[in-house]
Design a protein around this ligand. Sequence first.
Ligand SMILES: [Zn+2]
Length: 465
Amino acid sequence: MNDTRKNIRFLIFVFILLFAAMIFYLIYAISVYGERWFVSPYNPRIANMQENITAGAVLDRTGKKLAWSDGDDRKYIADESTRLAVSHVVGDPLGLTRGAETFFAKYLYGFDEDAVDRLTGLLQGSKRQGSNVTLTIDAKLSDTIRTAMGRRQGAVVLLNYETGEILSAVSNPGFDPAKVKTYKGKTGSTVLFNRAFMGRYPPGSIFKVITTAAVLDNPELKLATWDCTGETKIGGKEVSCAGDEQHGNVDLFSAFTESCNTFFARQTLKLGAEKLKKEAEKFAFNVDFMFDDIIAYQSMYETPEDDIDLAWSGVGQYKDLVSPLHAAMIAGCIANKGSMMEPRLLYSADSASGRKLYTFASKQYKNPISEANANELKKMMVNVVKEGTGTAAKVKGYTIGGKTGTAQYTDDKGKTKEHAWFIGFIDDAKHPLAIAVLLEGAGGGGRNSGPVAAKAFKKAIDLGY
Ligand SMILES: [Zn+2]
């Protein structure tokens, strides 16, 4: 009898504990994810709000209207090419995508208004007017970038590496927000998927920026040289250099310039999995991106079990994954003396009565590398564009730095293909711009993505950024 009572008491105690834990988790989750749940496409409240509130407009940084309300209709910028170029950033009226239309709903639908404003609106019985949001992007620049990508699927992110402002984030293909319903539920369609922020791709050789950062932190590895014969055997398996190239005698600087896989594979083995993983995590791999303005998927670096996988992970293959947004942040961080800024998409929010509700401020996100090492890596990246694999990204009259990547993957038909990467920056205090270009299955990174980066940089400079 006594035992039973004891057991019951114990059980009650366990239940109370579980209940308390659940409450704490709920409070935690709402405070951390609340805003993200609110903008989820599954939240019907946004649709309901549209009945009582006229949503505000979405503008680009130059004041160009990208989306606005016309009575009960939602209108989008008339020029089709621009409309497609900014579609993923702007979003859609139904909340099927995660653009500004949903992520900044609290402004557009006047949630931020004070009680007096709301009450006045209610008493007058009229529909309330939501606030306008101005984004950091430039629509014209976005259009130029989309045109440079052509029909190739992929994404480009161009940002100011000193402030974190995103000047352009193009995900190709774009969609027509007014016809968003027609894309819904189409099996196999990835049109509504924002590749720029949520696409995760094997980085290939752009990951050598991370591996090099780790090597620079290890003085005994920094000065190592290697005789590249185009391939090297690790645990009975082969790591080879792209295009059957034999790079001969290389050191860190020349191996980076020529993107020598065998050199980096050997260096990675000497570094070890733990050191490389630690370096990757300093650069925000395996980190939940909880940015204020953007929903972005996490980048991955998994610790490999055996040597051959470890070697491949150091040249950006194995299970490494990165998004174009994160790749642009990494390039920008090297140009910005090792300081990685939080990416910004919201420039300002203004109420219908002209009240400033939000003004953009920049914020450092991470500081993964010392200024001295960042500057050393910067020199290497500048040399890549000067005379290495990235010469196609040159812009006349400017110093461009970069790293190419040709990342192998297996498509759904089992065929081996290559994603074309270029990440880079302009080394110029007047134009502190960084970029990531990713073209799916397009082949060589330098050849395909380099020219897109050059065109984007050129247009951005012309526009005064
Ligand atoms: Zn090589």
